[in-house]
Design a protein around this ligand. Structure first.
Ligand code: HEC
Ligand code: HEC
Length: 302
């Protein structure tokens, strides 16, 4: 009898050890490595510049941050943003890092569904993997809210998710920004902040009838930008754009929310400044301004 008992007691720790390793591995797969405070801090910065809360918080109804429900009016109908708090049932609490990256990079849900481009993944796709991971780490530190999602209110045929597949084929190039060999570091950083994280073009570039951004009119202003509101021309054209603004003035305007003329930046831009650009470092604001001032000037009064 002694022998089997002996070998069992030897085997037990091995089993326990293996089980622990397996459960740790499973945990790592679902949760990824625990975020360091530096990672969470970096994620918070990206979160603000990316303006996630501007759409995912129903401020008009004083709802909890990121719990969704805000209505976004578009020519195709009204979208209701989903809950992106870490709630496991109603939010994204069960999402792995890969699920999160797939949503931002490819505009696809964990079940493979295509997201409507009212979610500006068309810009976020240009972000780095590292920034997406930091962003998720930060969002997962925020309070979970058990609030169910509301359905979108879209007319036929725009309510058909499969149609988005065709739209993406026409209008969407997934993947991070290519490196630039000819421009300096500040310009490259500015381009990244404007085009990828800040998604400025989503409001400041006009759209065609199917809602695709018109590339030849990049940042030249849009009559019906987000939520049926126009956004001005921010190319360096002196008459119709911001050509008269010095680079420093532009950076300062984005920091304090006031144009060099003394006009307050209002409507949707007020949120962009308050939750986003006002929290950016001076170096990043200067980089953004340098990039915007380097764009081709386009004469266009939206
Ligand atoms: C301009 C408004 C807008 C902004 C800004 C925005 N989103 Fe969204 N987001 C949406 C809409 C609308 C949907 C729903 C898309 C759909 O149903 O196809 C969505 C969907 C999502 C989803 C999918 C949720 C689910 O349950 O399937 C995630 C995740 C998400 N957004 C994360 C983010 C993050 C992170 C940011 C900031 C980097 C962000 N969003 C910024 C509008 C926005
Ligand atoms: C959600 C839509 C939206 C996004 C995103 C957005 N803007 Fe704006 N922007 C606007 C609107 C609307 C105005 C006009 C504000 C007003 O009339 O007071 C504006 C105004 C401006 C102005 C002032 C132009 C002028 O002639 O007065 C600048 C500069 C500007 N935006 C830069 C940016 C930059 C840089 C980004 C990206 C970080 C950005 N915007 C992202 C909607 C947006």
């Amino acid at each position: 009898m002694a022998l089997p008992v002996f070998s069992m007691s030897r085997a037990a720790p091995v089993f326990a050890g293996a089980a622990l390793l397996l459960s740790l591995a499973a945990h790592a797969q679902a949760q990824t490595t625990p975020a360091s405070s530096e990672q969470v801090e970096r994620g918070a910065y990206i979160f603000h510049v990316a303006g996630c809360e501007n759409c995912h918080t129903d401020t008009a109804n004083k709802a909890a941050p990121l719990a969704g429900g805000r209505g976004l009016k578009t020519p195709f109908g009204t979208f209701r943003t989903p809950n992106i708090t870490p709630d496991p049932t109603h939010g994204i609490g069960k999402w792995s890092e890969a699920d999160f990256i797939r949503a931002l990079r490819d505009g696809r849900a964990p079940n493979g569904d295509h997201y409507f481009p009212a979610f500006p993944y068309t810009s976020y796709t240009k972000m780095t993997d590292a920034d997406m991971k930091d962003l998720r780490a930060y969002i997962f530190t925020l309070p979970a809210v058990a609030k169910p999602n509301l359905p979108h209110e879209l007319g036929f045929p725009f309510n058909i998710r499969l149609g988005v597949m065709v739209w993406k084929w026409l209008n969407f190039t997934p993947g991070p920004l290519p490196a630039s060999s000819t421009k300096d570091e500040a310009w490259t950083r500015g381009r990244y902040l404007v085009e990828a994280v800040g998604h400025c073009a989503e409001c400041h570039t006009p759209r065609d009838r199917l809602g695709g951004l018109v590339k030849s009119m990049w940042m030249a202003g849009s009559k019906d930008g987000a939520e049926g509101e126009g956004a001005p021309n921010i190319t360096p054209d002196p008459a119709t754009g911001i050509g008269e603004w010095a680079e420093d003035d532009l950076a300062f305007a984005l920091k304090i929310g006031m144009a060099p003329t003394g006009d307050t930046l209002g409507s949707l831009m007020a949120d962009v400044v308050e939750n986003g650009t006002s929290k950016m470092t001076d170096a990043d604001l200067a980089a953004m301004a340098a990039y915007l001032k380097s764009l081709p000037a386009i004469v266009h009064k939206p």
